[in-house]
Ligand binder design. Structure first.
Ligand code: PMP
Length: 379
């Protein structure tokens, strides 16, 4: 049976061949621990530091400002919980954290977990295009705000957030800024310079799963406390043995992304446009959740009226791999908090799917995916 066309890059991008090749020697049985003092350990440590430099270069940071984590979930937890606890320990009195309503659950849940520690969590609304309401943010951030956390690109609808405005508003009030850039880095030019903390995920940028990073600016007025305690690796912020093969794969993926950033974006944008054109030429009825200039290239969130997303996915499963725009919790389908925040009704949300055209998709994929969907959703 032919494999389905993979269009689920919001969940995880395909692994770059460069990353796979770079990782392979480091799975060797005697590859060693990068924290060991002997030659084998030093070679592993050198490979980790080379990868750290490649990733830091991609986000315009100093390698020493990058801490490896198991992914963006952990990076978000350190940025939010670690900063809150560092504030408590450091005698800082600010007790408000402002997040956007469409953050990933690892940001929202980490922030909400701090209520019991005396923090107030404030959610900034978004417009119907999935972009945060900057004037609302301006009203919500104030002298009590410790941290503002806004993602660079949303993972469900691909909307790009106005980070320059977020920084301007936060700085006016002396608040720290955290950016969950899991869906942006490797897809869009990204410069960490203006932020205090930035979360990264390797498997959203053609690297392996299970590895990510947290940029902690050397200029940040608060350094996050660790959320795990152990051997003091990664400057004490994230103890635990650094996984050399995963880090090396992440580094290779970062290097490839840096070299192909412009080409990748043009390719992904062209495929998404071709796919939409093919759907239209087949008279398929659909609406785009986020208009073109506001979404990351290659990403599409589409609503097919009178078609249930779960049923589209089930019926197209052997031809295309796509995801729904709703979250399935313990078998119960609940409307996605992102689509709800954008003003979708539960019915509209249940009719929405997301697709992502990646570096490794072809024009044939875009056309065949449109053919498959047009046959499933009808006209
Ligand atoms: N933030 C965003 C925006 C994401 O899309 C994801 C992954 N779905 C995460 C955080 C979590 O990343 P990881 O899988 O690396 O923990």
């Amino acid at each position: 049976m032919p494999t389905p066309i993979y269009l689920d890059g919001h969940s995880t991008t395909p692994l770059a061949p460069e990353a796979l090749e770079a990782m392979s020697p480091w799975w060797h049985a005697q590859a060693g621990n990068p924290h060991s003092p002997h030659l084998t350990g030093m070679l592993a440590s050198q490979a980790v530091e080379d990868a750290r430099s490649d990733i830091a270069f991609l986000i315009g940071s100093d390698p020493q400002e990058l801490v490896f984590t198991s992914g963006a979930t952990e990076a978000n937890n350190i940025a939010i919980r670690g900063t809150a606890f560092a504030a408590i320990e450091g005698g800082i009195k600010r007790r408000e954290i402002v997040v956007s309503a469409i953050e990933h659950k690892s940001v929202l849940s980490a922030a909400n977990s701090l209520r019991t520690a005396g923090f107030t969590i404030i959610e900034t609304p978004v417009h119907e295009t999935g972009v945060i309401d900057v004037s609302a943010l301006e009203r919500l951030v104030g002298g009590q705000t410790l941290l503002v956390s806004v993602m660079a690109v949303n993972n469900e609808v691909g909307s790009i957030q106005p980070l320059a405005d977020v920084v301007r508003i936060a700085r006016t009030c002396g608040a720290l800024v955290h950016v969950d850039a899991a869906q942006a880095v490797g897809k869009l030019p990204f410069d960490s310079t203006d932020f205090d903390f930035v979360s990264l995920s390797s498997h959203k940028m053609y690297g392996p799963m299970g590895i990510g990073g947290l940029f902690v600016s050397s200029a940040a007025s608060v350094r996050p406390s660790p959320v795990l305690f152990g051997g003091g690796q990664e400057t004490g912020i994230r103890p635990g043995t650094v996984p050399t093969p995963l880090v090396v794969g992440f580094g290779a993926a970062a290097k490839t992304s840096r070299m192909q950033l412009g080409g990748d974006a043009a390719h992904a944008r062209a495929l998404a446009a071709l796919f939409l054109e093919e759907l239209r030429s087949r008279q398929v009825q659909f609406t785009e959740s986020v208009p073109e200039p506001q979404r990351v290239p290659g990403s599409l969130s589409l609503r097919f009226p009178n078609n249930d997303a779960m049923s589209i996915i089930a019926r197209s499963g052997d031809r295309i791999a796509i995801s729904e725009g709703s979250a399935c919790n313990s078998g119960q389908i609940t409307a996605s908090h992102v689509l709800t925040a954008m003003g979708f009704t539960p019915l509209e949300a249940s009719e929405t799917v997301r697709l992502y055209f990646s570096r490794y998709n072809s024009e044939t994929d875009a056309i065949e995916a449109a053919v498959a969907l047009s046959e499933i959703v009808g006209r």
